[in-house]
Design a protein around this ligand. Sequence first.
Ligand code: SF4
Length: 359
Amino acid sequence: MSSLYIHIPFCPRICPYCDFLKLYYFPDWGKRYAAKLAEEISAIPGLFDTIYLGGGTPTCLDLSDLSKVLSACQAHLKEGGEFSIEGNPESFSKRLCVQLALYGINRASIGAQSANPKTLQTLGRSHSFADATHAIANLRQAGISNLNLDLMYALPEESEAEVKEDALTFARLPITHLSAYSLILEENSVYGKKGVKEADEDTQANQFLAIKKALEKQGFHQYEVSSFAEPGYECRHNLNYWEDGYYAALGIGAAGYDEKGHYKNRIGLLDYFEHGSIRDYENESTQDQLETFLLTNLRLVKGFAVSEFIRRFGEDEWGKLRRKAQKDIDLGLLAIDQGRVYCTGKGLMLLDSVLLDLF
Ligand code: SF4
């Protein structure tokens, strides 16, 4: 599987909990950035199975600028490939959705976060739930029906009943995929600096279980720590990350992975305008690679094949891992069955602790 991630860092408004690499959107910056991206994409050799435009808010670019990027991408997408874009609900206008479909976008991820006005206000979001339903309608009308909604939970003072109601409301919409994220307040975010506190671990776990139950009732299945899909609609691009596959990355701060290892593009915007994406490769030891393999694959409900681990790291490492795994197998957090290693439902919720035991 070959994948391409493109980072568009601009947002028309900055959310107070956000710790992603984002910049306030200025049309002139957007224009120069899109032109450079289109130039870089056109210069890439080969075709991709999946292309993902993430951010930031890629949909905030001026339509003519975004079209240049989309057109360059379209020429590098394999037939039947997955071509995704993410954006905030209010940005998916009818006009934009028609353009997206015209350039071959066939999957969209909508940062809806919640159906509850109080929660949206706490998150400092500028859209309403009605904006999310309009976005879905516009996308579907344009022929884009493979749709993800982001759902955020574990906010301060949010009850389990409210979270469950949110999940059910989202799951009843005509979407194919849902990503449920607990609010994590990094120190660099506005809320982090203000000392806003996340919900405690037990509350987070209970809320997640309530979401899972609500989504399963509506026909979605969990296939990754935070991801739920209708059968056949698992995100192919993200699956490639979690299966530790290679992916190219363009744009400032974008992370990629190739035969030389993991890299991150430099973050300076003015440098980007002049030089394009400049990769800084991580200096990875075999142990680092092994940890990344576990960190990604064990996010998946299906885990990984023992044979793949042995192919990558050898029999000796497998022997060591097998011994380290016993404690979590006994605790019911990890399982080895039919040649695969995977976390149980409980293990997925305690993934950090499982990984610490295995490293
Ligand atoms: S959460 Fe998303 S929309 Fe909000 S500032 Fe961060 S990248 Fe932009």
